[in-house]
Design a protein around this ligand. Structure first.
Ligand code: GAL
Length: 415
């Protein structure tokens, strides 16, 4: 008996070796923009998982926060007939690629997704009723990150209103701390602007950015948004132009910067630097936004390989892994986000993630769980691009807020 088991084991080993030697492992080429410390730690979990499952991971990491450079690289790859097995794409762009008949469906791997995800997110992974993308996690955008030591030094508290915010910014400035750490790149400018829009209320946000309602877009309240944004700009340091988001986060981590407006991938950087919420830093909803939640969901969309309309075994395995309970948990622990899956325990998560989860659930109920325009989860790329141009131009000039509003209303008409 013992001998036959031994020879069986030897046979299996040989068989496996034969498989490895004979059949080349399927290569998964994967395009994404996760290159910062926290981001790369998070995506490495997936790479290791797929490698363990016997797939060869070919990484196309294209640096550049929020993925503008990655989206250009993706177009080049597709045009030259080298579409990746999976690419990080989100929101309406998923539909665009599906409309071009470039994607494959991964329904087979998605049998329990609907039952365990918020419905807004679940439906955005589908085109023509089929799953063509797999979601990683939910990032909240409307956060303000504050260095706790700096805060104590100036005797301040996390601001809940704009007047409190500006008072704190003044205190930081007086103490020689850069009040607002920022990177002057269009998407980071949009992060601030969009958050200020949200501070005027979820209904206002919806009318402005979801409905593109001209009356609200040209209202005095919109002028106020531009005025607040202009005032915030006054608290950046001189070196903000072109700075990457993670370098701005590094300023808050070291304490040379007091605060940063950024989605919670910033928390991935704090975690990577061994900093703890409540002890080293504070995550607070940006002023005036505690009852609302702007979100972005990262996802991988799956591209046809060699003209095949069906997903490959590797693509199916990738989709299944991304939405598995274990992966969802570990990825978000590194990334700073919360899982898409609602059946993942939050026990291992820190206070910021738990707050994010509680607020997600509350705002889904109240109707204040809102997709982010800045991160491509809302509007066509053309409209979003036109609005972004107006905002960035405003933040880099001394334009009158009323002129900003006039241009915004015109940009919102560009389809
Ligand atoms: C966002 C993405 C995040 C994070 C960020 C900065 O678009 O959703 O996961 O990576 O860009 O790179």
């Amino acid at each position: 008996m013992k001998r036959s088991l031994t020879s069986l084991a030897a046979g299996i080993t040989l068989l496996m070796a034969g498989t490895h030697a004979g059949l080349a492992a399927e290569q998964l080429s994967v395009l994404h923009w996760w290159t910062s410390g926290g981001e790369s730690k998070a995506i490495r979990v997936l790479k290791d998982d797929m490698t363990k499952q016997g797939y060869e991971w070919k990484d196309f990491a294209i640096a550049g926060g929020a993925g503008a450079a990655a989206m250009t690289a993706l177009k080049t790859q597709v045009i030259s007939g080298n579409a990746p097995s999976a690419a990080q794409i989100k929101g309406p762009l998923i539909q665009d690629w599906a409309d071009q008949d470039m994607l494959v469906n991964v329904d087979q791997s998605a049998t329990d997704w609907k039952a365990h995800s918020p419905s807004q997110i679940d439906s955005s992974m589908k085109a023509g009723g089929h799953y063509v993308a797999a979601p990683f996690s939910v990032h909240r955008i409307n956060w303000l990150w504050i260095n706790k030591v700096d805060l104590e030094k100036v005797g301040g508290a996390a601001p809940t209103t704009w007047p409190e915010f500006f008072a704190l910014a003044e205190k930081f400035r007086a103490a020689g701390i850069t009040p607002v750490a920022h990177g002057g790149q269009p998407w980071q400018d949009m992060t601030i602007w969009e958050t200020v829009v949200l501070s005027q209320g979820a209904d206002f946000y919806r009318k402005v950015l979801v409905d593109l309602d001209q009356k609200t877009l040209t209202s005095p309240q919109m002028v106020q948004v531009f005025e607040i944004v202009q005032k915030i700009r006054g608290y950046f340091d001189k070196g903000y132009h072109g700075r990457d988001w993670n370098l701005a986060t590094a300023m808050v981590i070291s304490g040379s910067g007091g605060m940063q407006f950024m989605g919670d991938w910033a928390k991935g950087e704090f975690a990577n630097a061994n900093k703890k919420p409540d002890a080293d830093y504070i995550c607070a909803a940006a002023p005036g936004t505690s009852n609302a939640y702007t979100y972005t969901v990262d996802s991988f969309a799956f591209f046809q390989q060699n003209g095949k309309k069906q997903a490959s075994p590797g693509q199916l395995a990738l989709a299944k892994t991304i939405m598995s309970v274990d992966f969802q948990q570990q990825f978000s622990l590194y990334k700073g986000s919360i899982p898409v899956r609602l059946d993942v325990s939050m026990d291992k998560f820190d206070s910021c993630a738990r707050k994010s989860f509680a607020d997600e659930q509350a705002t889904i109920k109240s109707g204040a769980f809102l997709p982010s325009l800045a991160f491509g989860n809302l509007q066509s790329p053309v409209t979003a691009g036109a609005i972004t141009d107006v905002v960035t131009n405003f933040m880099n000039s001394n334009e009158d807020p009323k002129e900003g509003v006039r241009k915004l209303a015109a940009a919102a008409k560009i389809k």
